[in-house]
Design a protein around this ligand. Structure first.
Ligand SMILES: [Zn+2]
Length: 118
């Protein structure tokens, strides 16, 4: 995950969009295919547009909202429903596995090692 490649996107969206595309955060940016970049970019634009509209960051798909899953809403300063950002040690909404965190280039990474296997 080369910081220069995804500069300006923000920690939340970066972590979340990698999760949504099942991409391991340790994969090098140069190994991301053009088709993957296209999909990531399209997704990111849609997520950020929605974020501006609602004034909060929601990155979970409809089937993973608190209502759909029957789980309590997230409690965090940032608000919004996310898959991995600041959810270290909590269960993944998709597979139930533990979300991990680590430091990479002075940034906090959050990811699910089970779901992000590509
Ligand atoms: Zn998972």
């Amino acid at each position: 995950m080369d910081q220069k490649v995804i500069a300006g996107v923000g920690n939340v969206y970066r972590a979340e969009v990698l999760f949504r595309h099942r991409i391991d955060p340790y994969r090098a940016g140069r190994d991301i295919t053009p088709a993957e970049w296209d999909a990531i970019w399209t997704d990111l634009v849609a997520l950020m547009r929605e974020g501006v509209r609602t004034n909060r960051i929601d990155t979970v798909r409809p089937e993973h909202t608190p209502e759909a899953m029957g789980r309590p809403p997230r409690v965090d300063d940032h608000g919004g429903e996310v898959y991995v950002y600041r959810r270290a040690l909590l269960p993944c909404h998709v597979c139930g596995g533990e979300i991990r965190t680590a430091d990479l280039a002075a940034r906090n990474l959050f990811w699910c090692p089970t779901c992000q296997d590509t």
